[in-house]
Design a protein. Structure first.
Lengths: 326, 150
């Protein structure tokens, strides 16, 4: 048996960008490989589920699991990897707070299946077949994972030790987390492995943020020529830096794009979207109800904007099923 | 009002300077109103973080009532306008989440309007009785109605 600590990577409901983030370590990944044994990484290495099952419980030092939990198979894998690992790390926005796939919690599963398998323009499905957990074909029984009603962040399914935020986590934070893991110099359990302060604090445009920031209009990046030096929010762009955890070193803002909030909230905030609603509504420069309404109407999709990465981890988690239109 | 035995629970955030005093006045004036509110005194309606509203629903409230001073009367100049701005944005999110508009209400009630407290609370209770209880599925119910029939 190898004396090197064992590490696993797994991919649930996400786009695959988090797998890229691991590869983005570039040459540094060779140092990682030199120090650990990767025992499971379906996207890159040919280990199977039975190989994980064969390991003793707690044999893996840490599992980095990216993606939200949406199917019964993902839930089973999360439980299996939790049992085999001493540390479970939620890797990336989807695993941390639900991510973009979490916006599916605005719809019933029946409506999602109907759209995806029957009504989109590119669908060819003359018999209108929907995926079945169990079906008979040619005398055989075939099974598929069950597609859940709700998307869940990892910590609603298994106990999570640490969170690596971001869509995707930056190579620097990933390298720091691996370093902390290998040296054993870990923060308090349950911590998010990124600075606990708002993005504005590390923003290169911080000095140009007005003392009292108020707005008469919201603009989209495509509608204005963005000043590369000035605070984006002060230019009327919906930048969520004031309510978002820092640690990304203002990557999007440096690229002239407003922060969309992928690092989630700081430790003082329970519901990221509600805090974003409070922050953004507060800077509207009007006391007239009609004008307030008109200015806020310039934000076309408040839910998709403020809960882009965190709907399943929010206080309400999903749209109420009773009143959902098909 | 349907007599279905359902007693709605309303979490009411009343500002210290106007609506809370109005509720007090309703009491000392012996005005009878529905006993369904759980009043939480806040210094200003501008103190009502949208998180409070969502937390109330997450903890089983059927409705949330926010009461503040009339426009222009805020003890802190602008707090009630701040509440108004947040309310407009929050309401759009709540609609997306399938929460009926009658479940969340923002009312301006001055310290002398004890009767308005009675009218608003009674009216809200009647509307919530019509709507029925608010229930959000628990986090561990990811596949409540799982079987697909095609």
């Amino acid at each position: 048996m190898s004396p090197k600590p064992k590490v696993a990577f797994y991919w649930c409901a996400s786009c695959g960008g988090c797998e890229e983030a691991v590869v983005d370590l570039a040459e540094a990944i060779l140092d990682v490989v030199a120090q650990v044994d990767i025992v499971f990484w379906p996207v890159a290495l040919d280990f199977k589920r039975k190989d994980v099952e064969a390991l003793p419980d707690g044999a893996i030092l840490a599992t980095f699991l990216n993606g939200a939990i949406r199917t019964s198979e993902q839930e089973e894998m999360a439980h299996l990897l939790r049992r085999k690992s001493r540390l479970m790390i939620a890797f990336g926005s989807c695993s941390h707070t639900g991510g973009v796939p979490g916006l599916a919690n605005l719809f019933r599963r029946e409506a999602i299946l109907e759209t995806v398998y029957r009504t989109t323009a590119s669908t060819v499905n003359p018999e209108g077949v929907l995926p079945q957990p169990e079906s008979r074909y040619d005398g055989q029984t075939l099974t598929l994972p069950v597609f859940d009603d709700s998307v869940r962040p990892l910590d609603q399914v298994v106990e999570v030790d640490y969170y690596l935020p971001g869509c995707a986590p930056t190579p620097k934070l990933v390298a720091q987390a691996l370093g902390a893991l290998l040296s054993g110099d870990l923060p308090e359990k349950g911590s998010v492995l990124a600075p606990d302060r708002a993005l504005c604090d590390e923003c290169p445009r911080k000095a140009s943020k007005p003392e009292k920031l108020t707005l008469k209009a919201f603009r989209r990046p495509s509608e204005v020529i963005v000043d590369p030096e000035q605070c984006l929010l002060a230019q009327g762009l919906l930048c969520l830096g004031p309510v978002t955890r820092g640690g990304c070193e203002a990557l999007c803002v440096s690229g002239n794009m407003p922060c969309t909030g992928c690092f989630g909230p700081t430790s003082r905030v329970r519901d990221y979207g509600a805090k974003a609603i409070a922050a953004i509504a507060s800077i509207v420069d009007s006391n007239d109800e009609e004008e307030i309404r008109r200015i806020l109407e310039e934000i076309p999709d408040p839910t998709g904007t403020f809960y882009r990465y965190s709907l399943p981890a929010s206080l309400l988690r999903r749209r109420r099923p009773e009143s959902v239109a098909a | 009002m349907p007599d279905n035995g359902f007693e709605p629970k309303i979490v009411a955030f009343f500002c210290n300077w106007c609506t809370y005093l109005a509720a007090d006045l309703a009491g000392t004036s012996r005005l009878k109103h529905a006993p369904n509110t759980r009043v939480i005194r806040v210094m200003c309606s501008g103190r009502v973080d949208p998180q409070f509203v969502l937390d109330a629903f997450a903890h089983g409230a059927d409705g949330v009532l926010i009461g503040g001073c009339h426009p222009g009367d805020c003890h802190y100049q602008e707090g009630n306008y701040k509440a108004l701005r947040r309310f407009h944005l929050l309401r759009r999110y709540l609609a997306d989440m399938g929460i009926e508009p009658e479940r969340v209400r923002l009312e301006w009630i001055s310290a002398s309007e004890g009767d308005k407290v009675r009218a608003v609370v009674d009216d809200m209770v009647a509307k919530l009785r019509e709507l029925g209880p608010f229930r959000q599925p628990a986090a561990d119910e990811p596949r409540e109605k799982v079987e697909v029939t095609s």
